[in-house]
Ligand binder design. Sequence first.
Ligand SMILES: [Zn+2]
Length: 127
Amino acid sequence: MPKARNRFERSNQVLAWLKHEWPCGRPVRLRWRKEIKGGGEQYFGETWRDGRSLVIDLSRRRNRHWATMVESLCHEWAHCVLWGSATIEHNPKCNDHSPAFWAQYGEIIDRWSHDGGAEQANEFGVS
Ligand SMILES: [Zn+2]
């Protein structure tokens, strides 16, 4: 597989790895946006529902480094797995970072960092 040359290509590999390891059963689209603002804050990313699909938005401004991007994408993927909590991140009424969410996120990040996830992602395409 081709090697990712930048964070955008790498995000496609990471997303493909996440889809492969924790299928969420729904179409998920990833979009890079210049920035994501809400309530006077800058967000790293957000996940929202589009019909029966999900959309992950990542902020170019906040995710300048690959490591940050990976953490953000894994965070958003945990929302995708827990479909019920996949709502607009900065809506205080919907914002759900329950213990179940953090357990899912922890499992993903642990696999990424300590169980070959970063290497496995290299096997996926960059686009
Ligand atoms: Zn979140």
